[in-house]
Design a protein around this ligand. Structure first.
Ligand code: AHR
Length: 500
């Protein structure tokens, strides 16, 4: 089937905030212990962090990382994780029924994050704790030496310079009954408002993220946001959204259209926030922090309730296929297409736990299939997202009705003139013939690269033994001829096309 794309550098959506390429490290399963941190590993640095994993994190192009949870943060006492390691308590983590040794805490994480070139996003515990603990943590991380005793505690712990954390999450998924310290929208809204007020008084430069819905199927979706924002609108900068996708009941067609759901969630929550703003006659416009998103086979996970009490036990180490990589690439495109409204996005999570990077304890670290669309997009989709008009055919899906078979995202760098096209062919049987007229860009654009993620076997995965079974491969018959680009899109494929 044929696909034609209308593009003009004058018609823009917005500028890409680099925080769209964020990730998430939770004290959960083997994400921290056995993931980024493994002191006995042959590649461990002097602080016990794996150098091979750090190298892959840099290659992935992650810009910011949310920490330390997730459900974990709702029972976390951050003070347990600072000071001499051998004096830190071993605690029960109620979220994942595990023993938390507190070997890694805020100081270790921030030092590691800065070392891999990443800006940390910190979440405070609004499940079992409140204003005091949040402000103390902010003082501990951000205040200059000599200002307060809490700041000097950090200095005494060997971290003279403040960690300078700009973005803070006011708790995690407090709409969910599974959350330790779960609250009604009014209860949470009041607590978030008072915490935000105090944190802003302590440090007026912080950016605050208030919790929106845990997923689009929550019975309180939309209503939760309205009530929470009625309490917090003037005090916060972003509202969060979370979404995980899987081929529910084997419905791969709908799974491949997951980004339609993400697009609808963004539109719905932007409208809800704007409604609250309108009622308040406010000129302020909130943005969205999509701070947990990914493919997650939740049907393979028995849930939190039945977990055995363990330390460092593996949890939800999903292995991703080519199909999953196409979905992840398409979800990244949905985030970019909404860059005027989505300021932050964090793929959940970074290592081992539903992650682009897998490790073996004592062994290698490797890239999952979903690593590749993330790394390519983060590397090249920088600049201004353009409006696209895509003439394509529809696909019928059980969950989302008729959806476009092809999605195209265009990112233009007005300085260099470079144009990056991201394309997903969600049709599982038919290839597409893509045409992109380039007249509006003048005559200077040349094809630099066209790489494809596709495979004769869409269920193919990478593993420790075959880490490069699935990698992006160069396209063979892409042509820029005069002022037109033509390319072939194999069935079920994701593409990065670069012109410059
Ligand atoms: O990422 C795994 C879990 O998913 C997080 O802890 C929680 O916030 C979400 O439900």
């Amino acid at each position: 089937y044929e696909v034609e794309v209308g593009l003009d550098p004058a018609f823009t959506v917005g500028t890409v905030d680099e925080r769209l390429f964020g990730s998430f490290v939770e004290h959960m399963g083997r994400c921290v212990y056995g993931g980024i941190f493994e002191p006995d590993h042959p590649t461990a640095d002097e602080h016990g962090f794996r150098r091979d994993v750090a190298e892959l994190v840099r290659e992935l192009g992650v810009t910011t990382i949310r920490y330390p949870g997730g459900n974990f943060v709702s029972g976390y006492r951050w003070e347990d994780g600072v000071g001499p390691v051998d004096e830190r308590p071993r605690r029960l983590d109620l979220a994942w029924r595990s023993i938390e040794p507190n070997t890694v805490g805020v100081d270790e994480f921030c030092r590691w994050a800065r070392g891999v070139g990443v800006d940390p996003i910190m979440a405070v515990n609004l499940g079992t704790r409140g204003v005091d603990a949040a402000v103390d943590l902010l003082e501990y991380t951000n205040f200059a030496p000599g200002t307060t005793s809490t700041a000097d505690r950090r200095v005494a712990n060997g971290h003279k310079d403040p960690h300078a954390i700009r973005t803070w999450c006011l708790g995690n998924e407090l709409d969910g009954p599974w959350q330790v310290g779960h609250k009604t929208a009014d209860e949470y809204g009041r607590l978030a408002a008072e915490t935000a007020r105090a944190m802003r008084r302590a440090d007026p430069d912080v950016e605050l993220v208030v919790c929106g819905s845990s997923n689009g199927a929550m019975p309180t979706f939309g209503a939760w946001e309205r009530v929470v924002l009625e309490h917090t609108y003037d005090l916060v900068d972003h509202i969060s959204l979370h979404a995980y996708y899987e081929p529910a009941d084997g419905d791969v067609g709908s799974f491949l259209a997951s980004s339609e759901d993400m697009r609808r969630m963004i539109a719905a929550i932007a409208a809800t926030a704007d409604h609250v703003g309108a009622v308040r006659r406010s000129s302020k416009r909130l943005t969205i922090s999509f701070d947990e998103w990914n493919v997650w086979f939740q049907n393979r996970f028995a849930g939190q309730a039945g977990l055995e009490l363990t330390e460092n036990g593996a949890l939800i180490e999903d292995v991703y296929s080519v199909t999953d990589a196409v979905v992840v690439g398409d979800l990244l495109m949905a985030l970019l297409d909404n860059c005027d409204r989505v300021a932050i996005a964090c793929q959940a999570q970074l290592v081992n736990v539903i992650a682009p990077i897998l490790t073996k304890t004592g062994g290698p670290a490797w890239r999952q299939t979903i690593f590749h669309p993330f790394a390519l997009t983060s590397r090249y989709a920088r600049g201004t997202v353009l409006r696209t008009a895509v003439a394509t055919r529809d696909l019928a899906t059980q969950r989302y009705g008729d959806v476009p078979a092809t999605r195209v995202t265009a990112v233009h760098d007005p300085e260099t003139g470079a144009l990056t096209l991201l394309v997903a062919n969600r049709d599982r049987t038919e290839p597409a013939a893509l045409t992109v007229p380039l007249r509006a860009f003048g005559s200077s654009l040349r094809l630099l690269e066209h790489v494809i993620i596709a495979d004769d076997d869409p269920s193919a995965t990478n593993s420790a033994e075959h880490p490069d079974r699935v990698v992006p491969r160069p396209a063979t018959n892409t042509v820029v001829d005069g002022d037109r680009l033509t390319a072939t899109l194999p069935p079920l494929s994701w593409h990065l096309i670069r012109l410059g």
